[in-house]
Ligand binder design. Structure first.
Ligand SMILES: Nc1ncnc2c1ncn2[C@@H]1O[C@H](COP(=O)(O)OP(=O)(O)OP(=O)(O)O)[C@@H](O)[C@H]1O
Ligand SMILES: [Mg+2]
Length: 507
Protein backbone atom coordinates (compact mmCIF):
# COMPACT_ATOMS: atom_id res chain seq x y z
CA UNK A 1 0.00 0.00 0.00
CA UNK A 2 1.01 3.59 -0.53
CA UNK A 3 0.39 5.71 2.48
CA UNK A 4 -0.98 9.18 1.72
CA UNK A 5 -1.28 10.50 5.24
CA UNK A 6 -0.51 9.37 8.73
CA UNK A 7 -0.49 10.88 12.17
CA UNK A 8 1.49 9.56 15.12
CA UNK A 9 0.69 10.15 18.78
CA UNK A 10 -1.28 13.33 18.24
CA UNK A 11 -2.39 14.90 21.50
CA UNK A 12 -4.38 18.10 21.78
CA UNK A 13 -5.88 19.47 24.99
CA UNK A 14 -8.25 22.36 25.54
CA UNK A 15 -8.87 23.77 29.01
CA UNK A 16 -10.57 20.93 30.85
CA UNK A 17 -10.75 18.45 27.93
CA UNK A 18 -8.29 16.13 26.29
CA UNK A 19 -9.81 16.42 22.81
CA UNK A 20 -7.23 14.13 21.14
CA UNK A 21 -5.41 11.62 23.29
CA UNK A 22 -2.37 10.08 21.62
CA UNK A 23 -4.00 9.36 18.25
CA UNK A 24 -2.17 7.40 15.56
CA UNK A 25 -3.62 6.41 12.23
CA UNK A 26 -2.57 5.88 8.66
CA UNK A 27 -4.61 6.37 5.48
CA UNK A 28 -3.87 4.65 2.18
CA UNK A 29 -3.73 6.75 -0.99
CA UNK A 30 -6.85 6.72 -3.13
CA UNK A 31 -9.16 5.47 -0.38
CA UNK A 32 -12.01 6.90 1.65
CA UNK A 33 -11.48 6.83 5.40
CA UNK A 34 -14.48 7.51 7.57
CA UNK A 35 -14.04 8.93 11.05
CA UNK A 36 -16.99 8.27 13.35
CA UNK A 37 -17.75 8.92 17.01
CA UNK A 38 -20.27 10.59 19.27
CA UNK A 39 -20.58 14.37 19.66
CA UNK A 40 -17.45 15.61 21.37
CA UNK A 41 -15.36 12.51 20.57
CA UNK A 42 -12.61 14.68 19.04
CA UNK A 43 -13.12 14.15 15.30
CA UNK A 44 -13.16 17.79 14.22
CA UNK A 45 -10.22 18.58 16.47
CA UNK A 46 -8.14 15.87 14.81
CA UNK A 47 -9.10 17.14 11.36
CA UNK A 48 -8.27 20.71 12.35
CA UNK A 49 -4.85 19.53 13.46
CA UNK A 50 -4.33 17.76 10.14
CA UNK A 51 -5.44 20.92 8.32
CA UNK A 52 -3.12 23.23 10.26
CA UNK A 53 -5.88 25.13 12.04
CA UNK A 54 -4.71 23.82 15.41
CA UNK A 55 -1.18 22.97 16.42
CA UNK A 56 -1.02 19.69 18.32
CA UNK A 57 0.47 19.69 21.83
CA UNK A 58 2.55 16.73 20.70
CA UNK A 59 2.70 14.21 17.88
CA UNK A 60 3.65 14.15 14.22
CA UNK A 61 1.99 14.34 10.80
CA UNK A 62 3.36 12.62 7.71
CA UNK A 63 2.38 13.16 4.08
CA UNK A 64 3.60 10.60 1.56
CA UNK A 65 5.96 9.38 4.26
CA UNK A 66 7.58 12.77 4.93
CA UNK A 67 7.07 14.54 8.22
CA UNK A 68 5.38 17.94 7.90
CA UNK A 69 4.52 20.73 10.32
CA UNK A 70 1.85 23.30 9.67
CA UNK A 71 1.44 26.70 11.23
CA UNK A 72 -1.71 27.48 9.26
CA UNK A 73 -4.12 25.98 6.72
CA UNK A 74 -2.08 27.76 4.06
CA UNK A 75 0.82 25.41 4.87
CA UNK A 76 -1.47 22.40 4.81
CA UNK A 77 -2.88 23.36 1.40
CA UNK A 78 0.65 23.85 0.07
CA UNK A 79 1.41 20.29 1.20
CA UNK A 80 -1.71 19.00 -0.51
CA UNK A 81 -4.34 18.88 2.25
CA UNK A 82 -7.69 20.61 1.83
CA UNK A 83 -10.65 20.72 4.19
CA UNK A 84 -14.32 21.53 3.75
CA UNK A 85 -15.98 22.63 6.98
CA UNK A 86 -19.58 22.02 7.82
CA UNK A 87 -20.25 25.73 7.60
CA UNK A 88 -19.25 26.94 4.18
CA UNK A 89 -16.92 29.86 3.82
CA UNK A 90 -17.95 31.11 0.39
CA UNK A 91 -18.54 34.79 -0.37
CA UNK A 92 -22.28 34.93 -1.11
CA UNK A 93 -22.15 37.70 -3.72
CA UNK A 94 -19.36 36.14 -5.80
CA UNK A 95 -19.90 33.66 -8.61
CA UNK A 96 -18.96 30.07 -7.87
CA UNK A 97 -15.92 30.42 -10.15
CA UNK A 98 -14.78 33.54 -8.29
CA UNK A 99 -15.09 31.72 -4.98
CA UNK A 100 -13.30 28.63 -6.24
CA UNK A 101 -10.31 30.60 -7.51
CA UNK A 102 -10.36 33.20 -4.72
CA UNK A 103 -6.83 34.45 -4.06
CA UNK A 104 -5.23 32.42 -6.85
CA UNK A 105 -7.07 33.88 -9.85
CA UNK A 106 -5.46 33.89 -13.28
CA UNK A 107 -4.46 37.49 -14.06
CA UNK A 108 -3.79 39.67 -17.03
CA UNK A 109 -1.41 42.31 -15.75
CA UNK A 110 -2.92 43.46 -12.48
CA UNK A 111 -6.47 42.51 -13.44
CA UNK A 112 -8.25 39.24 -12.89
CA UNK A 113 -8.69 37.47 -16.20
CA UNK A 114 -12.38 36.48 -15.88
CA UNK A 115 -12.60 34.38 -19.07
CA UNK A 116 -9.49 32.42 -18.10
CA UNK A 117 -10.81 32.07 -14.56
CA UNK A 118 -14.13 30.61 -15.72
CA UNK A 119 -12.33 28.32 -18.13
CA UNK A 120 -9.88 27.01 -15.56
CA UNK A 121 -12.67 26.34 -13.05
CA UNK A 122 -14.71 24.53 -15.66
CA UNK A 123 -11.69 22.42 -16.58
CA UNK A 124 -11.23 21.28 -12.96
CA UNK A 125 -14.96 20.58 -12.56
CA UNK A 126 -14.96 18.49 -15.74
CA UNK A 127 -11.81 16.64 -14.79
CA UNK A 128 -13.40 15.39 -11.57
CA UNK A 129 -16.94 15.03 -12.92
CA UNK A 130 -18.51 17.83 -10.83
CA UNK A 131 -21.58 19.49 -12.26
CA UNK A 132 -21.67 23.17 -11.43
CA UNK A 133 -22.74 26.38 -13.10
CA UNK A 134 -19.54 28.23 -12.42
CA UNK A 135 -20.97 31.60 -13.45
CA UNK A 136 -23.92 31.52 -11.06
CA UNK A 137 -23.84 33.79 -8.03
CA UNK A 138 -23.26 31.73 -4.90
CA UNK A 139 -26.37 32.79 -2.94
CA UNK A 140 -28.56 31.64 -5.79
CA UNK A 141 -27.42 28.02 -5.92
CA UNK A 142 -28.43 25.04 -3.79
CA UNK A 143 -26.52 23.94 -0.71
CA UNK A 144 -25.36 20.88 -2.64
CA UNK A 145 -23.86 23.06 -5.35
CA UNK A 146 -22.20 25.34 -2.82
CA UNK A 147 -20.62 22.30 -1.28
CA UNK A 148 -19.36 21.18 -4.67
CA UNK A 149 -17.80 24.62 -5.05
CA UNK A 150 -16.09 24.24 -1.66
CA UNK A 151 -14.63 20.89 -2.69
CA UNK A 152 -13.56 22.29 -6.07
CA UNK A 153 -11.94 25.20 -4.28
CA UNK A 154 -9.61 22.73 -2.59
CA UNK A 155 -9.03 20.73 -5.78
CA UNK A 156 -8.29 23.94 -7.70
CA UNK A 157 -5.33 24.42 -5.38
CA UNK A 158 -4.08 20.97 -6.27
CA UNK A 159 -4.78 19.17 -3.01
CA UNK A 160 -4.56 15.39 -3.02
CA UNK A 161 -5.99 14.78 0.42
CA UNK A 162 -9.44 16.08 1.13
CA UNK A 163 -10.99 16.33 4.60
CA UNK A 164 -14.80 16.58 4.68
CA UNK A 165 -16.33 17.36 8.08
CA UNK A 166 -19.89 16.03 8.14
CA UNK A 167 -20.50 16.86 4.48
CA UNK A 168 -23.85 15.09 4.38
CA UNK A 169 -25.34 16.78 7.45
CA UNK A 170 -26.59 19.67 5.30
CA UNK A 171 -27.62 17.60 2.28
CA UNK A 172 -30.87 16.01 1.21
CA UNK A 173 -30.85 12.29 0.38
CA UNK A 174 -30.56 12.97 -3.33
CA UNK A 175 -27.73 15.47 -2.84
CA UNK A 176 -25.94 12.89 -0.70
CA UNK A 177 -26.18 10.29 -3.46
CA UNK A 178 -24.77 12.83 -5.93
CA UNK A 179 -21.93 13.66 -3.55
CA UNK A 180 -21.03 9.99 -3.21
CA UNK A 181 -20.78 9.58 -7.00
CA UNK A 182 -18.38 12.54 -7.05
CA UNK A 183 -16.33 11.17 -4.17
CA UNK A 184 -15.93 7.87 -6.02
CA UNK A 185 -14.70 9.77 -9.08
CA UNK A 186 -12.16 11.55 -6.90
CA UNK A 187 -10.68 8.42 -5.38
CA UNK A 188 -10.44 6.79 -8.79
CA UNK A 189 -8.19 9.67 -9.75
CA UNK A 190 -5.96 9.12 -6.75
CA UNK A 191 -7.43 11.62 -4.30
CA UNK A 192 -7.53 10.46 -0.68
CA UNK A 193 -10.58 11.39 1.38
CA UNK A 194 -11.21 11.66 5.11
CA UNK A 195 -14.90 11.75 5.76
CA UNK A 196 -16.64 12.50 9.06
CA UNK A 197 -20.22 11.38 9.50
CA UNK A 198 -22.67 10.34 12.17
CA UNK A 199 -24.71 8.26 9.78
CA UNK A 200 -23.38 4.73 9.90
CA UNK A 201 -25.43 3.59 6.94
CA UNK A 202 -23.70 6.18 4.77
CA UNK A 203 -20.31 5.44 6.19
CA UNK A 204 -20.75 1.76 5.35
CA UNK A 205 -21.85 2.70 1.85
CA UNK A 206 -19.01 5.04 0.92
CA UNK A 207 -15.85 4.27 2.87
CA UNK A 208 -13.04 1.75 2.58
CA UNK A 209 -11.98 1.87 6.22
CA UNK A 210 -13.61 3.29 9.32
CA UNK A 211 -11.83 4.76 12.34
CA UNK A 212 -13.85 5.08 15.52
CA UNK A 213 -13.13 7.72 18.16
CA UNK A 214 -14.49 7.90 21.68
CA UNK A 215 -13.76 10.53 24.33
CA UNK A 216 -10.61 11.76 22.57
CA UNK A 217 -9.17 8.31 21.92
CA UNK A 218 -8.98 6.22 18.79
CA UNK A 219 -10.93 3.07 19.65
CA UNK A 220 -9.88 1.28 16.48
CA UNK A 221 -9.98 1.09 12.70
CA UNK A 222 -11.99 -1.55 10.86
CA UNK A 223 -12.40 -2.50 7.21
CA UNK A 224 -15.77 -1.53 5.85
CA UNK A 225 -16.59 -4.97 4.47
CA UNK A 226 -15.70 -6.62 7.76
CA UNK A 227 -17.94 -4.60 10.03
CA UNK A 228 -21.57 -3.59 10.50
CA UNK A 229 -23.70 -1.00 12.26
CA UNK A 230 -23.84 -3.05 15.45
CA UNK A 231 -20.11 -3.37 15.88
CA UNK A 232 -19.57 0.31 15.06
CA UNK A 233 -22.27 1.46 17.47
CA UNK A 234 -20.68 -0.57 20.22
CA UNK A 235 -17.22 0.82 19.47
CA UNK A 236 -18.62 4.36 19.47
CA UNK A 237 -20.61 4.17 22.64
CA UNK A 238 -18.74 1.57 24.64
CA UNK A 239 -19.99 -1.12 26.91
CA UNK A 240 -19.05 0.27 30.27
CA UNK A 241 -21.55 -0.11 33.00
CA UNK A 242 -23.31 3.09 33.81
CA UNK A 243 -21.87 5.21 36.57
CA UNK A 244 -23.03 8.48 38.02
CA UNK A 245 -26.74 7.77 37.95
CA UNK A 246 -28.45 10.48 39.96
CA UNK A 247 -32.03 9.39 39.58
CA UNK A 248 -34.02 6.80 41.45
CA UNK A 249 -36.82 5.79 39.18
CA UNK A 250 -40.18 7.00 40.48
CA UNK A 251 -43.76 6.14 39.62
CA UNK A 252 -45.12 8.42 36.96
CA UNK A 253 -48.24 10.47 37.67
CA UNK A 254 -50.97 11.76 35.40
CA UNK A 255 -50.51 12.85 31.81
CA UNK A 256 -49.55 16.54 31.57
CA UNK A 257 -48.23 17.22 28.08
CA UNK A 258 -49.36 15.36 25.01
CA UNK A 259 -47.60 15.73 21.67
CA UNK A 260 -49.38 14.09 18.82
CA UNK A 261 -48.30 13.70 15.17
CA UNK A 262 -45.95 16.68 15.25
CA UNK A 263 -44.22 17.65 11.99
CA UNK A 264 -41.86 20.61 11.66
CA UNK A 265 -39.60 22.05 8.98
CA UNK A 266 -36.00 23.14 9.48
CA UNK A 267 -34.52 26.47 8.41
CA UNK A 268 -34.14 25.19 4.85
CA UNK A 269 -37.80 24.15 4.72
CA UNK A 270 -36.86 20.49 4.73
CA UNK A 271 -38.62 18.08 7.06
CA UNK A 272 -36.91 18.17 10.45
CA UNK A 273 -39.47 16.23 12.48
CA UNK A 274 -41.94 13.78 11.00
CA UNK A 275 -45.16 12.79 12.66
CA UNK A 276 -43.66 12.57 16.14
CA UNK A 277 -45.68 11.72 19.22
CA UNK A 278 -44.65 11.83 22.87
CA UNK A 279 -46.46 11.93 26.20
CA UNK A 280 -44.95 13.60 29.25
CA UNK A 281 -46.23 12.61 32.68
CA UNK A 282 -46.12 14.27 36.06
CA UNK A 283 -43.10 13.19 38.10
CA UNK A 284 -41.28 11.63 35.17
CA UNK A 285 -38.00 12.62 33.53
CA UNK A 286 -37.88 11.74 29.86
CA UNK A 287 -34.49 11.92 28.14
CA UNK A 288 -34.25 12.83 24.47
CA UNK A 289 -31.05 11.27 23.14
CA UNK A 290 -29.61 11.48 19.65
CA UNK A 291 -26.80 12.84 17.60
CA UNK A 292 -27.12 16.61 17.09
CA UNK A 293 -29.08 17.55 13.99
CA UNK A 294 -31.68 14.77 14.03
CA UNK A 295 -34.61 17.09 14.66
CA UNK A 296 -34.35 17.57 18.41
CA UNK A 297 -33.79 21.33 18.28
CA UNK A 298 -36.70 21.89 15.92
CA UNK A 299 -38.92 19.62 18.03
CA UNK A 300 -38.25 21.62 21.17
CA UNK A 301 -38.68 24.94 19.37
CA UNK A 302 -42.06 23.76 18.14
CA UNK A 303 -43.13 22.85 21.68
CA UNK A 304 -42.25 26.37 22.81
CA UNK A 305 -44.09 28.12 19.99
CA UNK A 306 -40.82 29.26 18.46
CA UNK A 307 -41.29 27.33 15.23
CA UNK A 308 -44.56 26.68 13.36
CA UNK A 309 -45.92 23.14 13.10
CA UNK A 310 -46.78 21.76 9.69
CA UNK A 311 -49.08 19.30 11.43
CA UNK A 312 -49.85 17.94 14.85
CA UNK A 313 -51.32 18.88 18.19
CA UNK A 314 -49.79 19.75 21.53
CA UNK A 315 -51.90 19.68 24.70
CA UNK A 316 -51.23 20.64 28.29
CA UNK A 317 -53.77 19.27 30.77
CA UNK A 318 -55.96 18.44 27.79
CA UNK A 319 -55.94 21.98 26.32
CA UNK A 320 -54.44 22.55 22.91
CA UNK A 321 -51.53 24.98 22.95
CA UNK A 322 -50.06 24.72 19.45
CA UNK A 323 -51.65 28.00 18.40
CA UNK A 324 -50.43 29.93 21.43
CA UNK A 325 -47.54 32.38 21.53
CA UNK A 326 -44.34 31.53 23.38
CA UNK A 327 -45.39 33.83 26.20
CA UNK A 328 -48.77 32.16 26.52
CA UNK A 329 -47.15 28.72 26.50
CA UNK A 330 -44.86 29.80 29.31
CA UNK A 331 -47.85 31.12 31.21
CA UNK A 332 -49.48 27.73 30.76
CA UNK A 333 -46.63 26.42 32.92
CA UNK A 334 -43.76 25.52 30.61
CA UNK A 335 -40.21 26.42 31.68
CA UNK A 336 -37.48 26.26 29.05
CA UNK A 337 -33.70 26.10 29.16
CA UNK A 338 -32.53 26.63 25.56
CA UNK A 339 -29.33 25.13 24.20
CA UNK A 340 -28.11 28.22 22.42
CA UNK A 341 -27.84 30.46 25.43
CA UNK A 342 -26.38 33.36 23.50
CA UNK A 343 -29.10 33.45 20.89
CA UNK A 344 -32.25 32.63 22.75
CA UNK A 345 -31.32 32.34 26.39
CA UNK A 346 -30.33 35.79 27.55
CA UNK A 347 -29.93 39.35 26.42
CA UNK A 348 -26.14 39.55 26.59
CA UNK A 349 -26.22 43.34 26.72
CA UNK A 350 -28.66 43.26 29.63
CA UNK A 351 -27.81 43.25 33.32
CA UNK A 352 -28.25 40.16 35.43
CA UNK A 353 -31.44 41.45 37.03
CA UNK A 354 -32.94 42.27 33.64
CA UNK A 355 -32.24 38.73 32.51
CA UNK A 356 -33.87 37.35 35.63
CA UNK A 357 -37.29 38.77 34.79
CA UNK A 358 -38.18 38.43 31.10
CA UNK A 359 -40.81 35.74 31.62
CA UNK A 360 -42.27 37.44 34.67
CA UNK A 361 -42.14 41.19 34.30
CA UNK A 362 -45.71 41.59 33.22
CA UNK A 363 -47.16 39.91 36.31
CA UNK A 364 -47.51 41.07 39.88
CA UNK A 365 -45.58 41.50 42.11
CA UNK A 366 -42.93 42.52 39.56
CA UNK A 367 -45.07 44.94 37.65
CA UNK A 368 -47.27 47.75 38.99
CA UNK A 369 -49.12 48.51 35.83
CA UNK A 370 -46.43 49.86 33.52
CA UNK A 371 -43.49 50.35 35.83
CA UNK A 372 -41.32 47.50 37.01
CA UNK A 373 -41.38 46.99 40.75
CA UNK A 374 -37.66 47.28 41.32
CA UNK A 375 -37.34 46.34 45.00
CA UNK A 376 -39.21 43.06 44.39
CA UNK A 377 -37.17 42.29 41.29
CA UNK A 378 -33.89 42.97 43.03
CA UNK A 379 -34.92 40.84 45.96
CA UNK A 380 -36.01 37.94 43.80
CA UNK A 381 -32.91 38.17 41.59
CA UNK A 382 -30.63 38.34 44.61
CA UNK A 383 -32.20 35.25 46.13
CA UNK A 384 -31.95 33.29 42.91
CA UNK A 385 -28.35 34.34 42.25
CA UNK A 386 -27.46 33.00 45.67
CA UNK A 387 -29.46 29.82 45.34
CA UNK A 388 -27.94 29.04 41.95
CA UNK A 389 -24.42 30.10 42.86
CA UNK A 390 -23.97 32.53 40.00
CA UNK A 391 -20.49 34.04 40.28
CA UNK A 392 -21.02 37.71 39.49
CA UNK A 393 -19.84 41.02 40.87
CA UNK A 394 -23.48 42.11 41.29
CA UNK A 395 -26.97 42.26 39.88
CA UNK A 396 -26.05 45.24 37.72
CA UNK A 397 -23.24 43.37 35.95
CA UNK A 398 -23.54 42.87 32.19
CA UNK A 399 -24.68 39.31 31.57
CA UNK A 400 -22.54 38.85 28.45
CA UNK A 401 -19.39 39.25 30.52
CA UNK A 402 -20.08 36.16 32.62
CA UNK A 403 -18.52 32.82 31.70
CA UNK A 404 -20.66 30.41 29.68
CA UNK A 405 -21.34 28.29 32.75
CA UNK A 406 -22.50 31.27 34.78
CA UNK A 407 -24.75 32.47 31.97
CA UNK A 408 -26.35 29.03 31.93
CA UNK A 409 -26.91 29.33 35.69
CA UNK A 410 -28.64 32.68 35.18
CA UNK A 411 -31.02 31.03 32.74
CA UNK A 412 -31.60 28.04 34.96
CA UNK A 413 -32.21 30.37 37.89
CA UNK A 414 -34.75 32.34 35.93
CA UNK A 415 -36.53 29.35 34.48
CA UNK A 416 -36.42 26.92 37.36
CA UNK A 417 -36.10 29.27 40.30
CA UNK A 418 -39.76 30.07 40.62
CA UNK A 419 -40.74 26.46 41.25
CA UNK A 420 -44.14 26.66 39.63
CA UNK A 421 -43.60 25.11 36.19
CA UNK A 422 -45.69 22.08 35.28
CA UNK A 423 -43.44 21.13 32.40
CA UNK A 424 -39.69 21.71 32.24
CA UNK A 425 -38.01 21.45 28.85
CA UNK A 426 -34.23 21.58 28.98
CA UNK A 427 -32.13 21.45 25.85
CA UNK A 428 -28.45 20.59 26.43
CA UNK A 429 -28.82 22.11 29.92
CA UNK A 430 -25.24 21.53 31.03
CA UNK A 431 -23.28 21.96 27.80
CA UNK A 432 -20.09 23.84 28.57
CA UNK A 433 -20.67 23.89 32.33
CA UNK A 434 -18.19 22.71 34.95
CA UNK A 435 -18.79 19.65 37.09
CA UNK A 436 -20.26 21.42 40.11
CA UNK A 437 -22.61 23.48 37.93
CA UNK A 438 -23.64 20.39 35.99
CA UNK A 439 -24.54 18.50 39.15
CA UNK A 440 -26.48 21.47 40.50
CA UNK A 441 -28.55 21.83 37.34
CA UNK A 442 -29.21 18.09 37.09
CA UNK A 443 -30.28 18.02 40.74
CA UNK A 444 -32.68 20.88 40.05
CA UNK A 445 -34.29 18.94 37.22
CA UNK A 446 -34.67 15.93 39.51
CA UNK A 447 -36.20 18.10 42.26
CA UNK A 448 -38.67 19.41 39.73
CA UNK A 449 -39.79 15.93 38.74
CA UNK A 450 -40.01 14.93 42.40
CA UNK A 451 -42.34 17.87 42.98
CA UNK A 452 -44.59 16.59 40.18
CA UNK A 453 -43.43 18.43 37.05
CA UNK A 454 -43.03 16.62 33.74
CA UNK A 455 -39.37 17.01 32.75
CA UNK A 456 -37.99 16.55 29.24
CA UNK A 457 -34.22 16.77 28.80
CA UNK A 458 -32.59 16.82 25.39
CA UNK A 459 -28.91 16.03 25.42
CA UNK A 460 -26.25 14.85 22.98
CA UNK A 461 -24.37 13.59 26.02
CA UNK A 462 -25.47 10.02 26.58
CA UNK A 463 -24.12 10.00 30.11
CA UNK A 464 -26.36 12.93 30.96
CA UNK A 465 -29.38 11.11 29.56
CA UNK A 466 -28.52 7.98 31.51
CA UNK A 467 -27.85 9.88 34.69
CA UNK A 468 -31.30 11.50 34.76
CA UNK A 469 -33.93 9.68 32.73
CA UNK A 470 -36.75 7.42 33.79
CA UNK A 471 -37.54 6.81 30.16
CA UNK A 472 -35.65 7.62 26.96
CA UNK A 473 -36.63 8.53 23.43
CA UNK A 474 -34.13 8.80 20.58
CA UNK A 475 -34.19 11.36 17.79
CA UNK A 476 -33.17 9.73 14.54
CA UNK A 477 -33.65 11.41 11.17
CA UNK A 478 -36.62 13.39 12.45
CA UNK A 479 -38.35 10.45 14.11
CA UNK A 480 -38.88 10.14 17.84
CA UNK A 481 -38.16 6.50 18.67
CA UNK A 482 -38.94 4.85 21.98
CA UNK A 483 -35.98 3.32 23.81
CA UNK A 484 -38.14 2.38 26.79
CA UNK A 485 -37.58 2.64 30.53
CA UNK A 486 -34.23 2.81 32.21
CA UNK A 487 -32.64 -0.59 32.85
CA UNK A 488 -29.20 -2.15 32.52
CA UNK A 489 -29.45 -2.70 28.77
CA UNK A 490 -30.78 0.72 27.83
CA UNK A 491 -27.40 2.11 26.79
CA UNK A 492 -27.17 -0.49 24.06
CA UNK A 493 -30.71 0.12 22.81
CA UNK A 494 -30.07 3.85 22.69
CA UNK A 495 -26.80 3.46 20.82
CA UNK A 496 -28.43 1.26 18.19
CA UNK A 497 -31.35 3.63 17.76
CA UNK A 498 -29.02 6.64 17.56
CA UNK A 499 -26.88 5.16 14.84
CA UNK A 500 -29.25 3.01 12.81
CA UNK A 501 -32.80 3.83 13.88
CA UNK A 502 -33.33 0.21 14.97
CA UNK A 503 -33.46 -1.05 18.54
CA UNK A 504 -32.09 -4.48 17.79
CA UNK A 505 -29.10 -5.92 16.04
CA UNK A 506 -29.10 -9.02 13.89
CA UNK A 507 -25.63 -10.45 13.41
N1 LIG B 1 -11.56 25.51 20.25
C1 LIG B 1 -11.91 24.78 21.31
N2 LIG B 1 -11.78 25.27 22.56
C2 LIG B 1 -12.13 24.53 23.64
N3 LIG B 1 -12.61 23.27 23.58
C3 LIG B 1 -12.77 22.73 22.37
C4 LIG B 1 -12.44 23.45 21.17
N4 LIG B 1 -12.70 22.64 20.10
C5 LIG B 1 -13.17 21.50 20.61
N5 LIG B 1 -13.21 21.54 21.97
C6 LIG B 1 -13.66 20.44 22.86
O1 LIG B 1 -12.95 19.28 22.48
C7 LIG B 1 -13.79 18.12 22.52
C8 LIG B 1 -13.81 17.47 21.15
O2 LIG B 1 -14.52 18.34 20.27
P1 LIG B 1 -14.64 18.06 18.71
O3 LIG B 1 -15.24 19.26 18.10
O4 LIG B 1 -13.34 17.61 18.17
O5 LIG B 1 -15.68 16.85 18.70
P2 LIG B 1 -16.39 16.11 17.48
O6 LIG B 1 -16.06 14.67 17.58
O7 LIG B 1 -16.09 16.80 16.19
O8 LIG B 1 -17.92 16.31 17.89
P3 LIG B 1 -19.22 16.60 16.97
O9 LIG B 1 -19.68 15.29 16.47
O10 LIG B 1 -20.19 17.17 17.98
O11 LIG B 1 -18.83 17.57 15.90
C9 LIG B 1 -15.13 18.63 23.00
O12 LIG B 1 -15.19 18.41 24.40
C10 LIG B 1 -15.10 20.10 22.68
O13 LIG B 1 -15.93 20.83 23.56
MG1 LIG C 1 -17.24 17.89 14.81
Amino acid sequence: MTEALSVKNITKAFPGVLANDNISLSVEKGTIRAIVGENGAGKTTLMNVIYGLYQPDSGQIFINGEEVTFSSPRDAIAQGIGMVHQHFKLVPSYTLAQNIALGVEPRKGIFIDEPALNKSVKAIADKYGFQINEREVTVDVSVGEQQRAEILKALYRGVEILVLDEPTAVLTDIETKELFVMLRNLVEQGITILFISHKLREVLEISDDISVMRAGKLVGTVKCEETDECQLAEMMVGRETIGGRMRETKQKGELIMEIEGLSVLDNRDLTAVKDASLNLYSGEIVGGAGVDGNGQEEFVEALLGLRPLTSGKIRIDGKEIQELSTREIREAGVAYIPSDRYRSGVAVEGTIWENMVPGEYYVKPYSNGLALAMPEIMMMSGTLIQKFNVATPGLDAKTGNLSGGNIQRVIAARELGLEKAKVVIASQPTRGIDIAGTEAIRQMLIDYANRGAAVFVISADLDEILSLSDRVVVFYEGNVLDAGYYDETIRQRISWLMTSGKDYCVD
